[in-house]
Design a protein. Structure first.
Lengths: 361, 279
């Protein structure tokens, strides 16, 4: 049995359906992420799990028990808020002690568990300071320690890294993964930042307009997007408008608008005449000199429209004769060499016959 | 030549006029009052001359006023009673204003301004008119010229001064803090007592000062609505100046009142600081 089960949950605000018949089962010890653009319903769903909001239809079960009649303060579910929501009139230690105090623990137990929690988030020295004396990353750690100290069954994290700068965010990501692994508490993480979701989660539910578009492991979400929205939202994706000419068990033959025929891997349920896009990740697109030999089935000539050197890789934007622009990644593995091609160079782009996915409209 | 920095000039231009105003019309009169309390009253009010007064008249400096004040229990009692009335008024105002301020602060934004307006609406009519209105209301119930009449009007007049600072404070509270407290297991009482109330203490102190201090010096309400036994320090001061025309004695009473208020304010600040350090 799943630890936390969201069963056919719907939540409406007037005419707006914020969460639309969502069902998700989250296992104990899982790092689960709700990912989607703002307004997709992920925060509403999180508030319903915490108990601040109730579903109009459907139910939320924890350990098989319907939570509908359990107010937030009685749920063994704690939240790390986006703004951290640390109590400004309490010291770090008092903040962390708060849930223990509310649970009626003895003074001795509170003292020892606060101490342990401070150690866990490397803030042993900060116990007597007030939140306003801390940096963003330290506040974040206090919020985590406070959320975890009373050993909730589930910890909800509402975009907790959103307020941190890029470098610190990366450090906190690693700390979060380690912390979750060490203590084994189920995390439900809400974010709109897809790299964060891919890096942290065991499983991800990609949401749009109140619905779950795809629910899977990060590698599946990235490698096998279920539809055009997921492919576009997760990472960068080249989208080639195309039509199926021939579908077989071994491959698909597609006609790409204004470009010509390409071969793509097969996909269940796809029939000749279907329209959609061929989704190709930039790292799947090879870029070579126009006259160099290659053995790839799908290839077109084009011109380098622009390039973006970001250190480890260079992103080339190649314009094809039909005006379509394709992104291709080239790793800069040879030291001291930043560019292989310049803007305006004629190049050949190519990809394997089993690369990409045809996604029906 | 002295070179003035731009921010120094700005500070004087901006801060100068109010500073000058306060020196002229607050500090100077206060010092005059202190000096007056050590002098003799003039024959027809005012002060007796410092040097060479009329033959047989008193002149120079004296501790006579203080001797009278500390020599008779009646002054201590009336001070005590005034502080009692001020304390009760403050507590009643606090008890009435707090729920109201919470209600306003948690109302939708567009309704808050209207509710605040309603709170200050009484200021639109004259204070004395409103106190006389209480006479009309209390008369039929035979409550006029009682302690109750004085307290009721005191609370009524000063309530807005408690509501406004409380509301201003409560309105700034981050509602997420209450969500966080609830999420971490706090019931409604704990959310109030451990989060809302401690965070509202600056508002509680500000409102209390704005009620307590004016009530101490209030003379109109006891005079109009109270019996002679309900007189407070304010009435005594007023009577000294305007009734028996003993300015030095009135000055001494005013000074004692000011010192008492300062002492209380200092003690409150000390308690508040200790409270913060401990909390």
């Amino acid at each position: 049995m799943a630890l936390l089960e969201i069963r056919n949950v719907t939540r409406r605000f007037g005419p707006l359906v914020a969460v639309d018949n969502v069902s998700i089962a989250i296992e104990a010890g899982e790092f689960f992420t709700l990912l989607g653009p703002s307004g997709c319903g992920k925060t509403t769903l999180l508030r319903m799990i915490a108990g601040f909001d109730l579903p109009d239809e459907g139910a939320i079960f924890l350990d098989g028990r319907d939570m509908a009649d359990t107010p937030p303060e009685k749920r063994p579910i704690h939240t790390v808020f986006q703004s951290y929501a640390l109590f400004p009139h309490m010291t770090v230690s008092q903040n962390i002690a708060f849930p223990l105090k509310m649970a009626g623990k003895s003074a001795d137990e509170i003292a020892s568990r606060v101490k342990a929690a401070l150690e866990q988030v490397h803030l042993e020295e900060k116990g007597t300071q007030y939140p306003h004396e801390l940096s963003g990353g330290q506040k974040q750690r206090v919020a985590l320690a406070r959320g975890l100290v009373n050993q909730p069954r589930v910890l909800l994290l509402d975009e907790p890294l959103g307020a941190l700068d890029a470098k610190l965010r990366e450090e906190m990501q690693i700390e979060l993964i380690q912390l979750q692994r060490d203590i084994g508490v189920t995390f439900v993480f809400v974010t709109h930042a897809q790299p964060e979701a891919l890096a942290l989660s065991h499983r991800i539910a990609v949401m749009r307009a109140g619905r779950v578009e795809q629910l899977d492991e990060p590698s599946k979400i990235y490698g096998f997007p279920a539809n055009r929205f997921v492919a576009d939202f997760i990472g960068t994706c080249n989208m080639l408008e195309s039509e199926v000419l021939e579908a077989s068990h071994a491959s698909l033959r597609l006609k790409v608008q204004g470009l010509g025929e390409v071969v793509a891997p097969p996909r269940e349920g796809t029939r000749a005449g279907d329209r959609g896009v061929l989704a190709l990740r930039p790292e799947q697109v090879r870029i070579v000199a126009p006259d160099s030999p290659h053995e790839l089935k799908n290839h077109f000539t084009g011109r380098v429209h622009d390039l973006l050197y970001v250190g480890g890789v260079t992103t080339y934007i190649v314009e094809l004769p039909n005006g379509t622009r394709l992104q291709a990644l080239l790793p800069n593995s040879a030291p001291g060499r930043a560019t292989f091609f310049e803007v305006g160079d004629a190049v050949r782009v190519a990809w394997r016959h089993d690369a990409g996915h045809f996604l029906r409209d | 030549m002295i070179k003035l920095r731009a921010d120094t000039v700005t500070r004087w231009v901006v801060g100068g006029p109010p500073f000058l105003f306060l020196v002229l019309f607050f500090l100077a009169p206060a010092l005059i009052m202190v000096a007056a309390s050590f002098r003799y009253p003039g024959e027809f009010g005012g002060l007796a001359p410092l040097f060479g007064g009329a033959p047989g008249g008193e002149s120079g400096l004296t501790l006579e006023n203080y001797r009278v004040f500390f020599g008779d229990r009646i002054y201590f009692d009336i001070f005590l009673k005034s502080f009692g009335v001020a304390a009760v008024t403050t507590l009643v105002c606090l008890a009435m204003a707090y729920p109201l301020a919470v209600l306003i602060a948690r109302s939708p934004k567009h309704r808050r301004d209207f509710m605040v307006l309603l709170c200050v609406l009484p200021f639109a009519s004259n204070f004395l008119v409103r106190v006389y209105a209480w006479m009309i209301m209390l008369g039929p119930f035979e409550l006029l010229f009682t302690k109750f009449a004085v307290l009721a009007a005191m609370v009524y007049v000063h309530l807005p001064f408690m509501i406004l600072p409380l509301y201003t404070n409560l309105e700034k509270h981050d509602p997420t803090l209450l969500d966080a407290a609830q999420d971490l297991g706090a019931n409604a009482w704990h959310r109030f007592w451990r989060v809302t109330f401690p965070l509202s203490l600056p508002g509680v102190f500000a409102g209390s000062a704005l009620v307590f201090i004016p009530v101490l010096g209030m003379f109109a309400i006891p005079e109009i609505l109270g019996g002679i036994s309900d007189w407070l320090v304010g009435n005594m001061i007023k009577e000294s100046f305007l009734g028996v025309r003993d300015w030095p004695f009135g000055s001494m009473l005013s000074l004692m009142l000011t010192l008492c208020v300062l002492a209380i304010a200092g003690a409150a600040a000390w308690v508040a600081r200790r409270g913060v350090a401990r909390a």
